[in-house]
Design a protein around this ligand. Structure first.
Ligand code: SF4
Length: 172
């Protein structure tokens, strides 16, 4: 039996919509699970990423914890994929980038901005992941379609360079 691909997934500054779209491959999950095994992911209860063949990153970087997790994924994963608009260009969360952070926080938290030391430090701007680590592939869309996930993963599992057909390449 060929070795299963080890796959980790994470949502940084994202909405989990990309993960939901991934799950929309529906019954093809049964076939997928024959060929891959999940490491850290919202689909498992594994808290730290181990050595993996593939890391799928949803969301950009809005705080220091996002950066730390992204660096850990880059160190652990042979192939790293920016999944969806937020990971690729910051997406919706990056709409705050043209506003100064402090007044924005004060408007959102009129009763006092939370400052518990347990909370990760917010970055002044939301960044796409390629600004911090090298990214091997991008899977565009908000979110990428289930068919795009399937095409991408089946290409990788077959040892082919992933190629999306034009109808799967959209940025909305
Ligand atoms: S790309 Fe769209 S679906 Fe994916 S995390 Fe960002 S907002 Fe959500």
């Amino acid at each position: 039996m060929t070795k299963k691909l080890k796959v980790a997934t994470v949502s940084l500054a994202g909405c989990f919509g990309c993960h939901m779209s991934f799950l929309d491959i529906d019954e093809r999950l049964l076939e997928l699970i024959e060929h891959i095994e999940f490491d850290r992911s919202p689909l498992t209860d594994i808290k730290t990423v181990g050595e993996c063949d593939l890391g799928l990153i949803e969301g950009g970087l809005c705080n220091a914890e996002n950066v730390e997790v992204l660096r850990a994924f880059r160190a652990a994963c042979k192939t790293l994929v920016a999944v969806g608009a937020c990971a690729i260009n910051g997406g919706l969360p990056a709409q705050r980038n043209h506003l100064p952070l402090r007044p924005l926080l004060e408007a959102v938290y009129p009763g006092g901005v939370p400052n518990d030391p347990e909370l990760p430090l917010l970055l002044n701007q939301v960044h796409p992941i390629h600004e911090v680590v090298q990214v091997d592939y991008s899977l565009p869309g908000c979110p990428p379609s289930a068919d795009a996930f399937w095409q991408f993963l089946t290409d990788l599992m077959a040892g082919r360079t992933p190629r999306l057909v034009p109808r799967q390449m959209h940025y909305d």
